[in-house]
Ligand binder design. Structure first.
Ligand SMILES: NC(=O)c1ccc[n+]([C@@H]2O[C@H](COP(=O)([O-])OP(=O)(O)OC[C@H]3O[C@@H](n4cnc5c(N)ncnc54)[C@H](O)[C@@H]3O)[C@@H](O)[C@H]2O)c1
Length: 332
């Protein structure tokens, strides 16, 4: 199969391309990314014999058309996005362009130019469902209720994918997943920011009172879910994917501080003194949680990596890769 993966220089995209090349020896991967954060994540697979990297914008319809024709693309896993809620608040239109027009250009590529048509898989988010109280969890039947420009743009791309399935018969699937964590995530996101700032002695900014709750999913478990769904789910399906590890932001920051104190041989309580509460983000959702029981019962998926092990792997990776952190910081 000739597979196009978008967002391959991003956190999930890079982990997914490496996973795919390791696990699917008969597939060739063309990967596309605008390189918003630079090339640091490409190093592990850019020279792989079954991989071709293309730098470009998913919203560039001519480029997408050319890629489909030249590389005889059959299937797409779409993980490129303007993925930061704060950036979407500063630049809603840019976010809509990347996430909505970009998704539309890829769907058009699939509809008009895929000679052999495989599947279009969209990597989406739990945030499309809005915010939960202390009880319950989102499931596949939850109503869409996005609260910020990022989640609204992701909701729009979910709807476009569904519409192209119903209207044009494109074979599609969607994963709506909770917060991913793991190696290769950029330091503008919550966990890597806390780890990198923690190491550097910089403030650890926590929004509002820090009581917001997120569910965490190790990125390799997400890659396994995408693989299962891509190959086995019925056309048109969407699945909720969660790691079953819910944490209040402030509790997670305290846990990280303890881990860093231990790993960096600091006296207990040292890193926690860097915690700095900052004004809450507008439209900040209180809680997200996923009920992944449909994915479990239909396809037998469950997370393989405990939060404890995943966090250990993640912290160790950042501590061992100051070169990666420096390259990412230098390229922004
Ligand atoms: N990280 C999470 O916790 C999480 C959770 C749920 C859903 N998602 C979704 O997963 C996908 C990947 O997220 P991520 O965490 O890897 O984000 P990321 O920001 O690390 O990676 C996104 C990549 O997309 C690229 N990109 C952005 N705009 C582009 C454009 N117009 N054309 C081509 N490339 C472009 C960027 O250069 C970047 O490399 C996104 O669709 C995001 O909405 C992420």
């Amino acid at each position: 199969m000739n597979l196009l993966v978008t967002g391959s220089a991003g956190f999930i995209g890079a982990n997914l391309v490496r996973y795919w090349l390791d696990n699917h020896p008969n597939d060739s991967v063309v990967s596309l990314d605008k390189l918003v954060y630079g090339r640091a994540n490409l190093a592990e697979f850019i020279d792989h014999p079954r991989h071709t990297f293309v730098q470009g914008d998913i919203a560039d319809a001519e480029l997408i058309e050319r890629l489909f024709v030249e590389h005889r693309i059959e299937s797409v896993i779409h993980a490129a996005a303007q993925s930061h809620v704060d950036v979407s608040i500063q630049d809603p239109v840019g976010t809509i362009h990347a996430n909505v027009i970009g998704t539309a250009a890829l769907l058009e590529g699939m509809r008009r130019h895929a000679k052999v048509r495989g599947r279009f898989h969209l990597v989406s988010t739990d945030e499309v469902f809005g915010s939960l109280g202390d009880q319950d969890a989102f499931r596949e039947t939850s109503p869409y209720s996005p609260n910020n420009p990022y989640s609204a743009s992701k909701a729009a791309s979910d709807h476009l994918v569904r519409a192209y399935h119903r209207t044009f018969g494109i074979d599609v699937s969607i994963t709506n997943c909770s917060n991913n964590y793991g190696p290769h995530q950029y330091p503008d996101k919550f966990l890597p920011k806390m780890i990198c700032n923690g190491v550097d002695g910089q403030p650890l900014p926590v929004y509002g009172d820090g009581k917001n709750i997120r569910e965490w999913l190790f990125v390799d478990d997400h890659c396994r879910a995408i693989d299962l769904i891509f190959h086995n789910a019925k056309p048109g399906s969407a699945y909720c994917v969660g790691g079953r590890a819910e944490w209040q932001n402030i509790e997670l920051v305290h846990l990280l501080c303890e881990i860093l104190d231990e790993k960096l041989d600091r006296p207990a309580g040292t890193t926690a003194r860097q915690i700095a509460f900052v004004a809450d983000r507008p439209g900040h959702d209180y809680r997200y949680a996923m009920d992944s029981s449909r994915l479990r019962s239909d396809l037998g998926w469950s997370p393989q990596v405990s939060f404890e092990d995943g966090l250990e792997t993640t912290v160790n990776w950042y501590l061992s890769r100051p070169d990666w952190i420096e390259e990412v910081r230098a390229s922004r």
